[in-house]
Design a protein around this ligand. Structure first.
Ligand code: UDP
Length: 489
């Protein structure tokens, strides 16, 4: 055990949501590998979701500590036990429950303060969705780092839209507007923006979004799951023009080097890694397209039918992660689909070991909703993507993938719809076209070459002396200086 005064004592507070907890756990692991002592603060239910992953980290000798805090579900009128966003996202009265959910997050404030007060760590890394964390940390005189879970590109686009409101100067929802001041000629439509930006009146969420930005500006700085070579122009813009402090320490998923670590990310997978690898091993290189829409998107039956038709017509081997229960399936799967696709497809109902799959050489393309983790994981795997953004900042990420990095083809989704509820249906015909363009032909080969190069750059960035490795070192040094200054007082 290292001398405690030479060791950073770090607390991590992830949002109770897979897409934020997974990268935060990877980040915690990365800091621990560099000698920090790590504690994760989460709810009892979320702790169980990550039990296997945490057990594995501990087996590797890295010893994560977990502090649980009761999620105030009932206090805000949410059903008992609703501790993470999945439950809320897939409920009937989503909008009302979401407001309650954000409120519950704010009630965690004093509970977390008391935990921190008792332990007095050297630093708090808290998710963007806890804007109060900056004040809590400053009361205890410790730096608060923000983790937002997205790219510099998307953060800059969101910041510019909030500041200059270019979407208010077009006459219809479908007319494109230019995102001013940013490099890259980024054009969007109003329908691609999150609902709260499209509304004329202030809503609970728009007030919350303002608090998030204010707390980010007041914080010690932000850490990004990205790497300089990928996000260069926008990292420079964020740091130099917006004047905010930030470190790029990704891609964070690359800290999972072997198949066991890759398979254990997030929830327990619904398929064993052996079965999954056996199926992938039986396929030729770059012959399989992997279809997954992250942890929150849920399509209606009509969309699922179109997707099934599109995949079948593409004649491509595929792995498809389906969120619907088997009991609901009879309603929507085209007749005889599974029999016809036998041998050509692997349908996983529930949770897939995504990074394990993407990194396999037989996977040659990725149909993705452009969640930032999935996008980065696709980049690391060096696969071109069919981009199918659904909600949040995913439409911005799509622009990065298709227009700036040129490693993807859009399927043509146009409507930003929370978790997919109320989204326009993308037709099977449009899906076939996009899948074919990404999987075969000269255009696909060009994209694959670019994607592979980016994947290599990603690995270099986190390797010794790479850009992310150096940024991480400088952040750790700064935090150590802060700790020393605090201890000498
Ligand atoms: N993921 C996974 N298996 C699944 C679905 C998702 O491992 O079946 C992981 C995926 O690898 C990524 C995260 O869950 O790390 C999803 O994050 P993302 O930002 O892509 O999307 P979100 O779920 O936040 O919409």
């Amino acid at each position: 055990m290292e001398n405690e005064s030479n060791r950073l004592d770090m607390f991590f507070l992830p949002l109770v949501l897979q897409g934020h907890m997974i990268p935060m756990t990877d980040i915690a692991k990365t800091f621990e590998t560099r000698g920090a002592k790590v504690t994760i603060v989460t709810t009892p239910f979320c702790a169980t979701l990550f039990a296997k992953q945490i057990e594995r980290v501990n087996q590797l000798g890295l010893e994560f500590d977990i502090q649980t805090v009761k999620f105030p579900s009932t206090e805000v009128g949410l059903p008992e036990g609703w501790e993470n966003l999945d439950a809320v996202a897939w409920s009937q009265n989503q909008a009302e429950l979401l407001d309650k959910f954000w409120k519950a997050l704010s009630l965690l404030r004093e509970l977390v303060f008391h935990i921190l007060e008792e332990h007095r760590p050297d630093c708090l890394v808290a998710d963007l969705f806890f804007p109060w964390a900056t004040d809590v940390a400053s009361r205890l005189k410790i730096p608060r780092l923000v983790f937002g879970g997205t790219s510099f590109f998307a953060t800059c686009v969101a910041g510019i839209i909030a500041l200059y409101q270019p979407h208010k100067r077009v006459s219809s929802d479908s007319e494109t507007f230019l995102v001013p001041h940013l490099p890259g000629e980024i054009k969007l439509t109003r329908t691609q923006l999150q609902e709260y930006l499209r509304q004329e009146v202030e809503t609970e969420f728009s007030k919350f979004a303002k608090q998030i930005v204010e707390s980010e500006v007041k914080s010690y700085g932000s850490i990004f799951n990205s790497f300089y070579e990928l996000d260069k122009d926008y990292a420079d813009y964020y740091r130099n023009i917006l004047g905010r402090k930030a470190w790029l320490i990704g891609p964070v998923s690359l800290c999972n080097r072997d198949t066991v670590d890759k398979a254990l990310r997030g929830k327990e997978a619904s398929i064993s890694r052996h079965e999954c690898l056996k199926w992938l091993d039986s396929k030729k290189a770059n012959s399989v397209i992997y279809v997954c829409f992250g942890s929150l998107t849920k399509f209606n039956s009509q969309q699922l039918v179109e997707l099934a038709k599109g995949l079948e017509a593409s004649q491509q081997d595929f792995i498809w992660i389906v969120r619907k229960d088997k009991s609901e399936e009879q309603d929507w799967l085209p007749k005889g689909f599974e029999e016809r696709m036998d041998g050509k497809s692997l349908i996983i109902r529930g949770w897939a070991p995504q990074v394990l799959i993407l990194d396999h050489e037989s996977v040659g393309g990725f149909v993705t909703h452009c969640g930032w983790n999935s996008t980065m994981e696709g980049v690391c795997a060096g696969v071109p993507m069919v981009t199918w953004p659904i909600f949040s900042e995913q439409f911005y990420n799509e622009k990065l993938v298709t227009q700036l990095l040129q490693i993807g083809i859009g399927v043509g989704s146009k409507q930003n719809a929370n978790f997919g509820v109320g989204a326009d249906v993308v037709s099977g015909d449009d899906i076939v076209v996009a899948v074919r363009r990404v999987m075969a032909g000269e255009e696909a080969e060009e994209m694959r070459r670019r994607a592979k190069k980016l994947g290599e750059m990603a690995r270099k960035a986190v390797g010794e002396g790479g850009s992310s490795d150096l940024d991480l070192t400088s952040l750790i040094e700064e935090l150590m200086q802060h700790k020393a200054a605090r201890e000498s007082k």
